[in-house]
Write a protein that binds this ligand. Sequence first.
Ligand code: ADP
Ligand code: MG
Length: 247
Amino acid sequence: MSNGSNSYSTSLEPIVSLSGLHRIYQLAGEDIHAVNNVTLDVWPGQMTAVVGRSGSGKTTLLNLIAGLDTPTEGEVWVLGRNLGQMSERERLDLRLNRLGFIFQSFGLMPLLSARENIGVPLRMRGMDPKEREAQIDEALAWVGLTERAHHRPYELSGGEQQRVAIARAVAETCALVLADEPTGQLDTRTGRRVLDLLRRLVEEKGVSLLIVTHDPQVMAEADVVHEMRDGQLIETRIKNGVAVPGL
Ligand code: ADP
Ligand code: MG
């Protein structure tokens, strides 16, 4: 891994830990309690889902974990570090070097080819071009898109675009991937295939995956499911046979 920091912990501790987390938006003089007193741990090496209807606070929660938004109250720990005590520069470094992102709308640059899109975060890290190209090739092969390397997003199907986004996370070798409704724009069959690839990401690449979604397929596949309603965590379900420390 190319980041220079050894100050993150990776095992025997939750990869994400939220405690007493609140995010209140003020909109036209009204308080919107988007995240209301959420406390939960996400354990490494698992597929964890946060589920709930539209408006239940899932995206807000993900933004807080990514350090893209600041809690009104409470703490967010990621990879053993308290985001609230990190500088903006350190949070940027965390996002760039340790986190991967997968979005409902794929989040690819329209004018760049599949391989160029995969290379964007590696360029931002200043990775040596030879190493970068090798990582891109490997990631493209891993998602089965070697033949599509030079296609732009509009020349790819939705499922293929999402596989490019997954390849980008693979090439980044990140510890934690945050996914916001990754199957939200895909039909059931394509969604299933993307989900199978996300499962392989966890099993083969050792990535910890946190998905926020309202897709029942994802809920059925996830190892741990946290359910939110109106900003609150109302239930946590753990699949049979999945070991979760501390529970
Ligand atoms: P979900 O992702 O589960 O659909 P969100 O986290 O996007 O839910 O939104 C939770 C609540 O917070 C909703 O009521 C939404 O309208 C509100 N909300 C989200 N972002 C903002 C914002 N930037 N300003 C004001 N209200 C917001
Ligand atoms: Mg959302």
